[in-house]
Design a protein around this ligand. Structure first.
Ligand SMILES: Nc1ccn([C@@H]2O[C@H](COP(=O)(O)OP(=O)(O)OP(=O)(O)O)[C@@H](O)[C@H]2O)c(=O)n1
Ligand SMILES: C[C@](O)(CO)[C@H](O)COP(=O)(O)O
Length: 415
């Protein structure tokens, strides 16, 4: 029997909300009829992946939170503890409050009430393999370094991510990182702004796995965020479908997914939603015959994904083999998949490198146009075809699943 570690959700609500500027802590402001804190505690209390919830609350407001927890019937809340003077001090207090038994801890900002349950699940699942997990999304803004109102550096956006929460850890690991931080006199003068930052600084040998976050998982920081979060929470309460998270399990559970290319990350993600994943080397996309032979071995196939993977470099320097695969791999897989997908009414997803360079660029354009054209040609056969233009493997995996779960066809999705 596999015994899984218990998972504790820690809701960090120890701040005062200076930037929002209300007289009460911002987590007690009501949005869509309930306090931000209520919305957030409920996410963890209702999650099948969370066993206990611990709340860190602004000094002077512990009793009202105790009353709120009782009134709402949040049965998983086992402790409500006074927060510290900074976010990291609140985390440190939380780590002392959760006891000695090894477990998973998911540290979450109380002021991110729009967290999707999928992210909690992905974090807990990632902790089966990793000891530290960060949730992040790509940056849509260009980020720069400035000093005294002068721009000193414009950072390479393709490498940047915006950190969100929860940030999830094996208790012994985050506790050791914080123990070292608290013993370091330099930590007080250069505080970390998130918990993964503490692990990276004090336990650099521990790999921190990235789980894709979402734009929706915003942090209520400034007054304008109150209006945005209020609208989104109201839409969710009214059951408006637009912001609803995709139902991956519906399209993946018990289905066979054939993946050409480096499908390790995608396979781990899809099998978590109940899919049977068959991965084939990228080379088999070199000819239609090879791709068809591989697919025939997989049995009835519900979804086929072609991962072109990274295609960096210039046209002049590329070898002919790589070029042929970049240009024709998607077409070969599409032709081989057609008879099988016609049987199952399945989905074809064609991924291309979203990065720069004269090998990637034409392959990307061709992939997007191929997906659009096939989507209309194969609509009569009930086959959906979408293109995914991405570089990062985690983003690729998640966007491919979005392309399967969307119910749409002829879409070009960028991650
Ligand atoms: N001493 C602190 C400070 C912050 N937090 C929590 O950390 C999360 C993210 O912090 P932030 O958005 O900065 O909240 P505040 O510190 O309240 O806001 P501000 O910086 O504007 O005062 C919030 O849920 C906040 O309650 C905490 O638990 N303890
Ligand atoms: C942890 C965090 O939410 C990740 O983006 C962020 O760093 C918290 O910063 P804050 O200034 O405490 O809101």
């Amino acid at each position: 029997m596999i015994s899984r570690l218990p998972s504790i959700g820690v809701v960090l609500a120890g701040g005062t909300g200076r930037r929002v500027g209300h007289s009460e802590p911002k987590q007690l402001i009501k949005l869509a009829g309930r306090t931000i804190l209520e919305h957030t505690i409920e996410l963890f209390d209702a999650s099948p992946d969370v066993d206990e919830v611990v709340v860190l609350m602004t000094p002077g407001f512990v009793e009202p939170v105790r009353e709120l927890v009782r009134r709402c019937g949040f049965g998983k809340v086992t402790a409500i503890v006074e927060g510290g003077a900074s976010r990291t001090e609140s985390t440190w207090r939380a780590l002392q409050a959760v006891g000695e038994r090894e477990c998973n801890v998911l540290l979450h900002d109380a002021v991110r009430p729009l967290l999707e349950p999928r992210i909690i699940t992905d974090c807990v699942r990632a902790l089966e393999t990793y000891e530290a997990v960060e949730v992040a999304i790509p940056s849509s803004d260009t980020v720069l370094v400035a000093e005294d109102d002068i721009v000193r550096e414009v950072l390479d956006r393709s490498r940047l991510r915006r950190a969100q929460t929860p940030q999830a850890f094996r208790l012994s690991v985050i506790r050791e990182a914080y123990r070292r931080a608290m013993a370091d006199p330099g930590f007080a003068t250069r505080q970390a702004t998130d918990d993964c930052g503490v692990v990276l600084r004090y336990l650099p040998e521990v790999p921190i796995y990235l789980v894709p976050g979402s734009e929706r998982n915003m942090k209520v920081t400034h007054p304008i965020d109150l209006s945005i979060a209020d609208q989104l929470l109201r839409l969710a309460a009214a059951g408006t479908p637009a912001p609803a998270p995709p139902d991956y399990r519906r399209v993946l559970s018990g289905r066979t997914v054939a993946v050409f290319g480096d499908g390790a990350v995608l396979a781990a993600l899809a099998s978590g939603y109940g899919a049977v994943v068959r991965c084939f080397p990228a080379d088999l996309a070199r000819t239609e015959e090879q791709a068809a032979k591989a697919l025939a071995e997989a049995g009835p196939v519900h979804h086929v994904i072609h991962l072109a993977g990274p295609r960096p470099g210039s046209l002049a320097a590329a070898d002919a083999e790589a070029l042929a695969l970049a240009c024709l791999g998607a077409s070969n897989v599409a032709r081989a998949a057609y008879p099988l997908l016609r049987e199952t009414g399945g989905t074809l997803v064609l991924q291309a490198d979203g990065g720069d360079g004269s090998v990637a660029a034409p392959a990307r354009a061709a992939t997007a146009e191929l997906a659009r054209a096939l989507a209309s040609e194969w609509a009569a056969d009930d086959i959906r075809v979408n293109a995914v233009l991405t570089t990062d493997p985690h983003r690729t995996a998640r966007t491919c699943l979005d392309a399967l779960a969307s119910g749409l066809t002829g879409q070009v999705m960028e991650g």
